[in-house]
Design a binder for this molecule. Structure first.
Ligand code: ADP
Ligand code: MG
Length: 256
């Protein structure tokens, strides 16, 4: 892979990067996030797993403020989440997000997809932004696709472009919400490998995934959610070999 720095500050910087304290969120009568306390250290890779509907996506969406919260607090790098305007755009750039559906701009080329935000939000000049975009596209193995449009790429390639686009903004933390679950099986590994490499490079990552191989090899910690709560937190080894809660035991018996 091409040498290009992805983390805004080196791995040498330490301390808590993402801190959720007593976060609650409702959708009408549904209490979708209940008293969530979660602290993610710089450079840490946390895998979030749990049954469908347990609040994993909502949790991710609150961290880059695609959803508001009803009570509690969320801070990124010591700062509370901004409410609107330029501050919010900068926060979204600090928190890179990769969704299940690739969400690329369909009418922009791959290169434009990875260049735009750098120019608009990070105020880079176009040439520098394109240079970084090309380096990142090379890094995720799609450098040869730079002039194509998203629809001309495979799902695995599109998802790698989506990762490059998020990285282009020099995020402090990357959120991945089931990044491989919409992919054909033969494309899953090419995306997981890019994520593995990012983890090795020291990127702080929150990853919602049911890919247990990835969790075992890349995660520092597994967070298990059910019914809007964090039910269990453990090292991957501990969690997979010796889950403590009945909910986790039941969940693992269904997916492993
Ligand atoms: P997960 O990602 O773990 O499957 P989600 O966070 O997507 O769970 O959803 C948690 C619960 O919140 C589900 O019951 C879902 O139907 C509900 N939900 C999610 N988004 C909304 C929304 N925008 N409006 C109403 N209910 C929602
Ligand atoms: Mg989800």
């Amino acid at each position: 892979m091409t040498e290009v720095s992805v983390a805004k500050e080196g791995v040498a910087a330490t301390g808590d990067l993402v801190v959720l304290k007593n976060v609650n969120k409702h959708f009408g009568a549904l209490h979708v996030l209940q008293d969530i306390d979660l602290t993610i250290a710089r450079g840490e890779v946390v895998v979030v797993i749990g049954p469908s509907g347990s609040g994993k996506s909502t949790l991710c969406r609150t961290i880059n403020r695609l959803e508001t919260i009803d009570s509690g607090s969320i801070t990124i790098d010591g700062k509370p989440l901004p409410h609107e305007g330029k501050e919010l755009a900068r926060l979204r750039a600090d928190v890179g997000m990769v969704f299940q559906s690739f969400n690329l701009f369909a009418h922009k080329t791959v290169l434009e997809n990875v260049t735009l935000g750098q120019v608009k939000v990070r105020k880079k000049d176009k040439k520098a932004a394109e240079e970084r975009a090309r380096a990142l596209l090379d890094r995720v193995g799609v450098g040869a696709q730079a002039e194509k449009y998203p629809a001309q790429l495979s799902g695995g390639q599109q998802q790698r472009v989506a990762i490059a686009r998020a990285l282009a903004m020099e995020p402090k933390v990357m959120l991945f919400d089931e990044p491989t679950s919409a992919l054909d099986p033969e494309m899953i590994n090419e995306v997981l490998e890019v994520m593995q490499q990012l983890a090795r490079d020291g990127m702080t990552m929150i990853v919602v995934t049911h890919e247990m191989g990835f969790a075992r090899s890349a995660a520092n910690r597994v967070v298990f959610m059910a019914d809007g709560r964090i039910v269990e937190e453990a090292s991957p080894d501990q969690f997979f070999s010796n889950p403590r809660s009945d909910r986790a035991k039941d969940f693992l018996s269904k997916i492993l």
